[in-house]
Design a protein around this ligand. Structure first.
Ligand SMILES: Cc1cc2nc3c(=O)[nH]c(=O)nc-3n(C[C@H](O)[C@H](O)[C@H](O)COP(=O)(O)OP(=O)(O)OC[C@H]3O[C@@H](n4cnc5c(N)ncnc54)[C@H](O)[C@@H]3O)c2cc1C
Length: 399
């Protein structure tokens, strides 16, 4: 049973706007730290999370990124997942997110091999367990896969897979509350600033919470929340679809396969899930959750049926839409303070990999608040200031 939400207090040391996986992981890490003596308040406008990114995610975690920081963040996420009972258990209740360690398989045509190899070098330098396979190696390991037109594949042999995102979110919330974080069901509609500081947030209910620090963890809505504070944040909604299907052929050990055109497919329970990202010029900022079945019929299904011939005969059984918290500039997280408003901290723009990065992000934000700097993983390249300074960090492996 979920606990009732609390009435807004008059003041908090830290107000976190948004109680999704990023806001809740931040609340958890802050309240874990003995240095945190003050009050942590999470303001979440929809405690059912009916439209939030987190429960609509595909729930996957990988080490196969092109940016070392992303690899290391997911490695921490993986270590955290392996020890959930210790981190997030409350009253001895186990936390089972149903992790399946089947790996990711990125496939490339001849034109994509260079990128695959360059990414492989970055990944192995970070001690990621990844293997490059030629077509013969792919056929031997994955006999259900057609290697027609494929020049190479990159397979994550450990520390990659998928899990239930909603269970993880609820576990973070429950533990953060058990450690003293207060969750308020309300919407932040105003941010008060005096000079270079945020002094409080205004709520849709009419209340106000004075704060020492504000964390923007509003997912796809982060651009709007930042604007309330007078800050320009390049984060917008980008709609993505997950299609669920049945097939009489079962490949239980199948990894999450990413075809050269970006279409992905993986097992889910007794069936499969799949999806793709549209081309950038057909990817508007929109907030609706309307489904696009034509994308399945015309793009996703033909691609997976060509790659895995057993998928020529499948039955679509379900589908859902959700929104990426999309960083429209370089598709990477934005983690750190506003340069002119030092007590406004961003944790946004994860562009399709925010679930797996939530533990590392929550830890990083709590370090910034409590220690004034990153003390474990240096994420300073993801600073908000990189846009103005022209130091973009472009992630190539956005799925
Ligand atoms: C289809 C799909 C597949 C995905 N697959 C993966 C994947 O496989 N692996 C992965 O790592 N990531 C994946 N992602 C991305 C991942 O889900 C997100 O990056 C992550 O959930 C972002 O978490 P968040 O807490 O920032 O956002 P959210 O979960 O959206 O939470 C933000 C919260 O802020 C609240 N909020 C917003 N504005 C206000 C306000 N003004 N006042 C109060 N509350 C407010 C919202 O109600 C919301 O609950 C996927 C996303 C989608 C849509």
């Amino acid at each position: 049973m979920s606990q009732p939400e609390s009435a807004p207090p008059a003041a908090a040391d830290v107000v976190i706007v948004g109680g999704g996986i990023v806001g809740s992981a931040t609340a958890y890490f802050l309240t874990c730290d003995p240095a945190m003596a003050g009050r942590v308040v999470v303001v979440e406008r929809d405690p059912t999370y009916s439209r939030a990114s987190t429960p609509r995610s595909a729930g996957s975690i990988r080490q196969q990124f092109s940016t070392p920081e992303n690899i290391r963040m997911s490695q921490f996420g993986m270590a955290f997942l392996r020890d959930l009972d210790r981190h997030l258990g409350v009253d001895g209740d186990p936390v089972d997110v149903g992790f399946r360690e089947n790996g990711y398989l990125f496939l490339a045509t001849a034109g994509g091999v260079g990128v695959l190899e360059a990414n492989h070098a970055v990944q192995t330098a970070c001690n990621a367990a990844v293997e490059l396979l030629d077509p013969a190696g792919l056929a031997a390991r994955f006999p259900w896969l057609s290697t027609e037109g494929i020049a190479a594949g990159s397979f994550g042999t450990a520390n990659e897979g998928w899990f239930d995102p909603h269970t993880l979110l609820m576990a973070f919330r429950r533990k953060a509350r058990a450690q003293g974080a207060v969750y308020v069901a309300d919407e932040v509609v105003a941010v008060e600033r005096h000079g270079g500081r945020v002094t409080g947030v205004g709520l849709a209910s009419g209340g106000r919470i004075a704060c020492g620090t504000m964390v923007c963890a509003a997912g796809p809505n982060a651009g709007r929340v930042a604007a309330l504070a007078g800050a320009d944040l390049p984060v917008a909604h980008r709609k993505r679809f997950v299609y669920v299907f049945d097939c009489k052929d079962r490949f239980p050990a199948m990894p999450l396969v990413i075809c050269p055109d970006g279409v992905w497919v993986r097992p889910e329970g007794a069936g499969y899930v799949c999806g793709t990202s549209p081309p950038e010029d057909a990817d508007p900022d929109c907030e609706d959750l309307e489904l696009d079945y034509a994308m399945f019929e015309e793009v996703v299904w033909p691609t997976i049926a060509e790659r895995i011939p057993a998928f020529e005969a499948i039955k679509l059984t379900n589908a859902w839409a959700g929104h990426y918290d999309f960083n429209t500039v370089d598709h990477n997280g934005i983690i750190g303070p506003h340069p002119e408003v030092a007590n406004l901290i961003f944790a946004n723009g994860f562009s399709g990999h925010g679930l797996q990065q939530a533990p590392a992000t929550g830890r990083a934000v709590s370090e910034l608040i409590l220690q004034g700097r990153f003390t474990t993983l240096d994420l300073s390249r993801f600073a908000y200031t990189r846009f103005a300074e022209g130091r973009l960090v472009r992630e190539l492996n956005v799925v």
